[in-house]
Write a new protein. Structure first.
Length: 363
């Protein structure tokens, strides 16, 4: 039996899970409390998924498991062969993940096991209170936010949230926020500014929701207002792209003093598939589009569009959530301590200058 913290979420479902990394949420049923619970009772079986470029590694790992089973049932000494195969797997992993193409990094950013915003929040914070609603239309479940404590410092943490299964994806609208989501984010940012709390945004979205009702409620205006207001926030703002960073849907919460990316995240004005559809009238050229868009963390840093890269464990962030969350946490605290030394006016001036310099071609 394992003791797991149950966190309340204000939704109608009774027994559903948010995330798959040890935080089980019995929605709308319990107050925050710890009770002994066996995760196997509730957890749904999820097969490990290998991407196309990971299949050679998976085949070798399967051979390694077979050899280990053989070693248990046989008197033959196969330890040297096992050791050699382990070295071969390690070398192949390093070679594969060190030389990923743009499209392969896009695939990794969409891996179904990849940690989402709430996974990071619950792993990094000692206490988190989620806040709801835009005080105008509704509470957008695709945009989450609230006050969380990291190493004794309270932050306002805001980000897009995707779902793990069909029911959650529908609830979270696949991480695509409506106008009320961006207005909710802005309300929380203004609340943080009022009480002098630094802001962290975690970006992971395929884009803002493009539906008719979203346009009727002012999707473009909501994102534009966020851009304008974020430039003049008087508290430190740290933005981290943890997965997909698509277009204005990402930019709507990505104006900050520090803009960072995880190693296998991507950030672009358009997704490779949509770019391929526009340029070549087909999705078949998405790999070429990903290279042309220069959307990887390395490309973005080289073009001075972000301020830094947070490295991931070999194979992606989903391979070790605790280690990954620890790296994100250390990066947040390091940048916060640097920004906190500056006067609000200096931070705002530097923020404006940084974004104003983007896209300027000299010569």
């Amino acid at each position: 039996m394992e003791e797991v913290l149950l966190r309340p979420v204000q939704t109608a479902e009774s027994f559903d899970f948010e995330g798959n990394h040890g935080f089980f949420v019995l929605k709308g049923v319990f107050d925050c409390m710890s009770i002994p619970i066996n995760p196997a009772i509730f957890a749904t079986t999820q097969a490990t998924m290998e991407l196309d470029f990971e299949k050679p590694i998976a085949e070798l790992e399967a051979k390694l498991e077979d050899m280990k089973e053989l070693a248990k049932d046989s008197d033959k000494d196969v330890q040297s062969a096992i050791g050699a195969l382990e070295k071969k797997i390690k070398a192949l992993k390093k070679e594969t993940y060190d030389n990923l193409t743009g499209w392969q990094r896009v695939q990794l950013s969409r891996h179904p096991d990849r940690p989402y915003t709430l996974d990071y929040i619950y792993e990094m914070t000692s206490d988190f209170i989620e806040l709801f609603g835009d005080r105008s239309v509704a509470d957008d479940k695709a945009m989450v936010g609230g006050l969380g404590v990291i190493d004794g410092q309270t932050f306002m943490i805001i980000g897009q949230q995707k779902g793990r299964n069909t029911k959650q994806r529908q609830l979270r609208n696949f991480g695509m926020a409506n106008p009320e989501g961006y207005r909710k984010a802005l309300r929380l940012m203004k609340l943080a500014e009022k009480f002098n709390k630094p802001i962290v945004t975690l970006i992971d979205t395929p884009g803002a929701f493009p539906g008719l009702e979203a346009e009727e409620r002012g999707q473009g205006e909501a994102i534009a207002r966020n851009l304008k207001e974020m430039f003049t926030l008087r508290v430190p703002v740290i933005c981290i792209v943890i997965g997909e960073g698509a277009s204005g849907g990402a930019l709507g919460i990505a104006i900050g003093d520090r803009v960072l990316m995880l190693e296998n995240a991507w950030y672009s004005v358009i997704s490779p598939e949509n770019c391929s559809t526009i340029l070549w009238r087909s999705w078949d050229y998405k790999e070429q589009a990903a290279e042309v868009l220069k959307l990887t963390a390395k490309d973005m840093l080289a073009n001075k569009l972000i301020d830094g890269i947070i490295h991931e464990p070999l194979g992606g962030a989903h391979k070790d959530l605790q280690w990954m969350a620890g790296e994100v946490k250390k990066t947040i605290m390091k940048n916060f301590k640097e920004l906190d030394k500056l006067a609000p006016e200096d931070r705002i001036s530097q923020r404006v200058d940084k974004f104003s310099a983007m896209g300027v071609v000299k010569g």
